[in-house]
Ligand binder design. Structure first.
Ligand code: GLV
Ligand code: GLV
Length: 362
């Protein structure tokens, strides 16, 4: 291979490797056993000749790494993730390195985990499972693990992009929940989705009317507080940046219903996790389903002891189909740039205007 491409982790499937190898690339996959690579580990991997890197959300891609990659002749970096809060895009631009992410292929898989956590929390499945395994079940009781009925309750979505919209659709169509949503940046995407499905909602509405039930309703909230106050299940789907850091804090938690369910499959720092632990302690009927944590891989003290919390290790995109798709997109992001396609031609380029803004250092 003429080009050297490094992947900091082994990734599912072989399609991503074949794509690169068929196009003149030699692929090197890091064999280091530790889970999280340091900046120094990655500098060593890059070495003195490297055309592109596929990296992971656990890695800190800032000035030091983009400088090292650029010195090694590298022009492309792809995160194997849709979120790229671990990447300093300005630093990449400065060194003329194009950055890509892997949206789309993980939308439904991630929304399905948010839906799974919503159901698991509302029906207390994890708590009940622990009860069975502990040998505590000694007979059916009217009060045993009573939870909430989702049907007819209101689901609140904060962050109405691809994943938030897919989750909303699942909860409306699957469980006939009412919807209220809020997005910090855009007013359009979820509205488009709602309009797009108005036919099926309409016919379902006719069916409900005939059976004497009310059809589901949906609404864009005028403020985030409205979502917090009205919704029974709240799912967070924003990106992580300065504006969404600790978006859910002590004050906002206190605005939610005492028996609300909060789901986070976005990024840990969107929630003030210490405030959340305290809130869970004070409100035993408040439940939470978390896929992400403020200081991954750690949990804030006390969280693991809370019966009203369900915690899973950042697995929202972990379906076989999706992970193979993410690996393939990451390889294509790197390959396109190496092969000289302009950054603006890549739909998964994080900054499509890179070519106009920067000149690679000589
Ligand atoms: C996973 O968290 C991702 O951003 O893809
Ligand atoms: C519960 O198992 C019931 O039959 O109501």
């Amino acid at each position: 291979g003429k080009y050297r491409v490094v992947s900091t982790k082994s990734m599912p499937g072989t399609r991503w490797i074949n794509l690169l190898v068929q196009q003149d690339c030699r692929v090197e996959i890091c064999t280091e056993k530790k889970t999280i690579l340091s900046v120094e580990d990655i500098i060593a991997l890059i070495g003195n000749k490297c055309d592109g890197v596929i990296g992971q959300l656990t890695e800190d891609w800032g000035d030091t790494l983009f400088s090292a990659l650029s010195k090694a002749g590298g022009k492309a970096f792809s995160n194997m993730a849709v979120g790229y809060n671990n990447v300093d895009v300005d630093a990449a631009n400065k060194y003329g390195v194009a950055v890509g992410n892997t949206p789309g292929v993980l939308t439904e898989t991630t929304a399905e985990l948010a839906a799974s956590l919503s159901l698991a929390a509302s029906r207390r499945i994890v708590e009940a499972d622990g009860f069975m395994r502990a040998g505590l079940y000694d007979g059916w009781l009217p009060h045993l693990f009573v939870g909430n009925l989702l049907k007819g309750q209101t689901v609140g979505v904060i962050g109405a992009g691809r994943i938030g919209s897919a989750y909303a659709r699942m909860m409306i169509e699957g469980f006939k929940m009412n919807l209220i949503y809020y997005d910090l940046y855009q007013a359009t995407r979820l509205e488009k989705f709602v309009t797009g499905m108005s036919d099926s909602i309409f016919s379902y509405g006719q069916f409900l009317k005939a059976s004497g039930e009310e059809p589901v309703t949906w609404k864009r909230a005028s403020s985030m507080d409205e979502v917090l106050q009205v919704a029974d299940v709240i799912s967070l789907h924003p990106i992580l940046d300065k504006t969404t850091y600790h978006l859910i804090n002590k004050e906002r938690l206190s605005k939610m219903k005492k028996e609300a369910i909060l789901i986070n499959c976005s990024r840990g720092p969107v929630v003030d996790e210490e405030a959340l632990v305290e809130h869970l302690r004070q409100n035993p009927m408040f439940r939470v389903g978390l896929d992400v944590f403020e200081d991954e891989p750690y949990m804030k003290p006390g969280l693991a002891d809370m019966k009203n919390a369900i915690v899973v290790p950042h697995i929202a995109s972990a379906s076989k189909w999706t992970r193979e798709g993410m690996a393939t997109l990451a390889a294509l992001n790197v390959l396109g740039k190496i092969k000289g396609y302009p950054t603006w031609s890549n739909p998964n380029a994080v900054d499509p205007f890179l070519d106009e803004k920067s000149s690679p250092p000589s």
